[in-house]
Write a protein that binds this ligand. Structure first.
Ligand code: FES
Ligand code: FES
Length: 203
């Protein structure tokens, strides 16, 4: 017979004994309004809910995908006030009053966004899981190029949409991982939109 008490002062006979679970911490919900794809959406969420979970689980906008949930894959990319962001890395309450664009909001008046069209025409996806994030990222990336923002591939050059190289496209899209390896066609799709815009400016 073992008369030694169990470690930590716990005792039990036959079945494992556990300490009492800690009482669940109640975190009061906060009410916030997000302007999502042009519509105000008011919701009540705990402060620890990510923007990604708010979109998917509270608002049913499942176009935005959860891949890694830790900022490494880009599947959750959305636009916040026009800037691309990993929605798994930010809390919904931090964006009260801000403009959120998800992949569901890119098409206008029934017409796909040119980047969406280019992804279709260039066959820039296989399983499609990364695609909403890729497309949102590309939309913002093209605006960054248009605004002349440098990248590590083109850090000093005066960036113009016409001067961007495929290496630069790859660098600027490097935050979006594709498990299927559709990268060549993704670059081709982005290139197609750049060329279309260049041709439109010339005509
Ligand atoms: S799910 Fe957000 S970066 Fe992977
Ligand atoms: S198309 Fe499958 S992960 Fe990119």
């Amino acid at each position: 017979m073992n008369d030694n008490p169990a470690p930590g002062g716990l005792s039990g006979t036959g079945t494992a004994a556990f300490a009492e679970p800690l009482p669940q911490q109640q975190v009061p919900a906060q009410t916030l309004t997000l302007r999502i794809n042009g519509q105000d959406r008011t919701l009540a969420v705990e402060p620890r809910v990510t923007l990604l979970d708010a979109l998917r689980e509270y608002l049913g906008l499942t176009g935005t995908k959860k891949g890694c949930d830790r900022g490494q894959c880009g599947a959750c990319t959305v636009l916040v006030d026009g800037q691309r962001i990993n929605s798994c890395l930010t809390l919904a309450v931090m964006h009260d009053g801000q403009e959120i664009t998800t992949v569901e909001g890119l098409a206008q008046d029934g017409a796909l966004h040119p980047v969406q069209e280019a992804f279709l025409e260039c066959d820039a996806f296989q399983c499609g899981y990364c695609t909403p994030g890729q497309i949102c990222s590309a939309v913002a990336m093209l605006d960054e190029v248009q605004a002349g923002q440098a990248s590590t591939v083109a850090p000093h050059a005066a960036i113009t949409p016409g001067s961007i190289t495929d290496d630069d496209i790859r660098e600027r899209m490097s935050g979006n991982i594709c498990r299927c390896g559709a990268y060549p066609n993704i670059v081709a799709a982005v290139r197609q939109v750049i060329d279309q815009r260049r041709d439109q400016r010339r005509s």
